[in-house]
Design a protein around this ligand. Structure first.
Ligand code: SN0
Length: 315
């Protein structure tokens, strides 16, 4: 595997889920596979789970890991072609990616969107530049538009917990004080659209995801109706795609609480974390027995390990 930037890079998403679940049972079964190989983890934005779980996954495979917070410790990167570099950006991504590729056998990269220029963000320039110029396989640790390692862990969690073949999975928008990327919901929608689950997305009007990403998901503007009979509730805030990067609603009634969860079919509560308590979800739901957010985060280690394993096997 030469790149892992979205589910489109995977021919058998559920096969990869199975592989990740089997690594979870024996994490050290391939602990020599990555011997003498180096993984570089490059962060332009903050991270807790992604950084630690990917580092742990690499260690389970016997790899060496180098981590750099380029956002704070590196040069600001230029991404435009043919510009006079007389701004605050000291290094072009062409050289930066190629140089990091000299030191690493695989590169993981996190780069959030600017949320001002939709066309630019949706070209996913930084991750695609690393794919183009680094000369080594590249893993998205959340790009401007997708977070595939998260979605793989989400799908693992649903597969572990589902009580029937085609569970009802609901992706629900919730309010936030900041404009956040669409990466997590975009990615979740794309991965769930590869399954035979019943898939509903609920959000206030104006928060529609890009049509080709939402795909065949049912859109339901009435959150209570969406929650009826749901087996899994995945809650996440995102800013508007249509009115790009804008916060169109701060409606507190979209927060997930016990009353809303009581409409579901004993539904499990999911979130990628970090989650803001009593803004996105009530304490009661997050601390309650139906919350599976810690299991989800635990699965991040094995989603990263399954992807790294396939990449190493393809080197
Ligand atoms: C990121 C996002 O894409 O929404 C990362 C999620 C895995 N989340 C945030 O930036 C949350 C920031 C905040 O202040 O709550």
């Amino acid at each position: 595997m030469k790149q892992f930037t979205s589910v489109d890079d995977i021919s058998d998403p559920l096969g990869l889920v199975e592989e990740a679940l089997s690594l979870k049972k024996s994490p050290l079964a391939f602990n020599h596979l990555g011997k003498d190989l180096t993984l570089g983890l490059i962060f332009m934005n903050p991270s807790l789970r992604t950084r630690l779980s990917t580092q742990k996954a690499a260690q389970n495979l016997g790899m060496n890991v180098m981590v750099m917070n380029v956002g704070s410790d590196g040069w600001h990167l230029e991404t435009e072609d043919g510009v006079i570099m007389n701004s605050d950006k000291a290094e072009h991504v062409k050289e930066a990616a190629a140089v990091i590729g000299q030191y690493c056998n695989i590169i993981g990269l996190r780069s959030f969107p600017g949320l001002t220029d939709r066309e630019k963000d949706y070209k996913d320039v930084i991750i695609n530049s690393f794919v183009k110029y680094s000369g080594v396989p590249v893993i998205s640790l959340e790009s401007a538009i997708y977070h595939p390692l998260q979605s793989l862990a989400d799908l693992m969690t649903i597969e572990e917990l589902k009580a029937k073949a085609g569970p009802k999975v609901v992706l629900s928008w919730a309010p936030h004080i900041k404009a956040l990327p669409q990466s997590v919901p975009n990615s979740f929608a794309k991965w769930i659209n590869t399954t035979s689950y019943e898939f509903v997305i609920t959000h206030p009007e104006g928060y529609e995801l890009a049509e080709d990403i939402a795909g065949d998901a049912q859109i339901e503007y009435d959150q209570n109706k969406a929650f009826e009979g749901a087996d899994f509730i995945y809650t996440k805030n995102w800013s508007s795609y249509r009115e790009y990067g804008k916060i169109l609603s701060s409606d507190k009634s979209w927060m997930v609480d016990e009353l809303k969860m009581s409409l579901t079919n004993n539904g499990k509560f999911m979130n990628c974390l970090p989650v803001r308590r009593n803004l996105i979800v009530s304490d009661g739901v997050l601390d309650g027995q139906h919350s599976v957010v810690i299991q989800q985060a635990g699965n991040r280690e094995f989603s990263a390990q399954a992807v790294l394993k396939r990449m190493i096997e393809g080197l």
